[in-house]
Design a protein around this ligand. Structure first.
Ligand SMILES: NC(=O)c1ccc[n+]([C@@H]2O[C@H](COP(=O)([O-])OP(=O)(O)OC[C@H]3O[C@@H](n4cnc5c(N)ncnc54)[C@H](OP(=O)(O)O)[C@@H]3O)[C@@H](O)[C@H]2O)c1
Length: 344
């Protein structure tokens, strides 16, 4: 097979990070028993960090970002995955320890490959991608702890982001009164279209005090930002409420007291989508393709090619993206030279 384009991140001799479209060969892909021709990948916050050579995500350079990929199997040594089958991968080291989905081909162990569920197209699966899958895990965590819609409003932070948009949409679809917290008031109409009952400015969450408990407002929350906003949510969650936490764009520190836990019985649930075991993974994808299917995924997601990645990476790191960005692994100009990078 001829070399193919990918978006490769490498360290130059002077220590600077370079990220650009380059040609690589199949021999440079990591080992695995399934080779997938990628139709779509996506842009997640994590991918933007990897595109800048962040060592917490791009563990080794050179590296290809992209924690999501969907496409068609072109080689398989696994009994349960057939050549020609449409599949998707989210997380499972893709785009972190292994070359990721910003490439025309990815190679993965079959244990991480999800058959495309009936009811979803390849595009739709990547419009959802890690963001939709993570939001669905958060909603499931809330439902499994018996938070019924009658219990009161559910807060979503980072509401216009990838995970936030899907959290708003899935919670509204499940009948919850969703309060969308955002730094982009100009996107209030977008958030209402997704099902938000109220759109509140991000600054309204913080009363500036250090009181251990605030007025109890939320029956539950999906927090995509961490830091001080997560502290404020925990201080203002109702008795026996549930907070599903998955992100850190506002900070990784959590300076709070134990009072929300021991006086109000609040539960803080951690969500990790990348290493979610296969049984719940398959179940969640099945639901995203059936009773949780959103029929306006093309409102939330737009498609870009490799050429648009540098600008989109800057935008997501600045918190300016609205909704989801699906990446088609194509470029207007692809250099002929092959890199010297090893498989990752
Ligand atoms: N645990 C997991 O399995 C998992 C999976 C996926 C993502 N994540 C994490 O979840 C977070 C969101 O990911 P994403 O892909 O949805 O990113 P994203 O599309 O960039 O969304 C993040 C949103 O957070 C808000 N925001 C940005 N900077 C902020 C700040 N300083 N303070 C408060 N809010 C801020 C913005 O929304 P508004 O303007 O609307 O406020 C922004 O659009 C990231 O930390 C990511 O690493 C975790």
């Amino acid at each position: 097979m001829q070399d193919f384009p990918c978006y490769l991140v490498r360290r130059l001799g002077d220590g600077a990070i370079q990220a650009r479209v380059e040609q690589i060969g199949l021999a440079q892909l990591p080992p695995g028993d399934v080779l997938i021709q990628v139709a779509y990948s996506s842009l997640n916050y994590k991918d933007a960090l990897a595109a800048q050579g962040h060592p917490g995500i791009a563990r080794k350079l050179p590296h290809v970002p992209g924690v999501d990929a969907a496409g068609t199997v072109v080689e398989s040594q696994a009994d349960h995955i057939a050549v020609g089958q449409q599949v998707l991968v989210t997380g499972c080291s893709l785009g972190e320890d292994r070359f990721g989905g910003w490439s025309q081909y990815v190679r993965m162990p079959s244990e991480s490959v999800v058959p495309l569920p009936e009811g979803l197209s390849l595009f739709e699966s990547m419009a959802l991608g890690t963001a939709g899958f993570t939001a669905a895990q958060c909603v499931l965590a809330i439902q499994q702890r018996e938070i019924d819609p009658q219990r009161g409003p559910v807060l979503v932070t980072g509401a216009t982001g990838g995970v936030g948009s899907f959290a708003v949409a899935l919670l509204a679809k499940a009948g919850y009164e969703v309060v969308a917290l955002t730094g982009k008031q100009e996107q209030a109409d977008y958030l209402r279209t997704l099902g938000a009952a109220q759109v509140v400015d991000r600054s309204a969450l913080d009363d500036g005090s250090d009181r251990p408990l605030l007025t109890a407002r939320w029956s539950a929350a999906v927090d995509t930002v961490g830091g001080r906003p997560l502290v404020n949510i925990l201080r203002s969650t109702q008795h026996r409420g549930v907070v599903a936490a998955c992100g850190l764009v506002a900070g990784a520190e959590l300076p709070l007291t134990v009072y929300p836990f021991i006086l109000r019985g609040v539960s803080l649930i951690g969500i990790d989508s990348a290493q979610c075991p296969m049984a719940p993974r398959l179940e969640i994808w099945k639901r995203l393709a059936s009773d949780w299917k959103l029929d306006y995924l093309d409102t939330i997601a737009r498609v870009i090619t490799f050429d648009d990645l540098p600008a989109s990476v800057e935008q997501i790191l600045a918190g300016k993206i609205v909704g989801r960005v699906v990446v088609q692994p194509q470029a207007a100009v692809v250099p002929a030279a092959s890199p010297s990078g090893d498989a990752s």
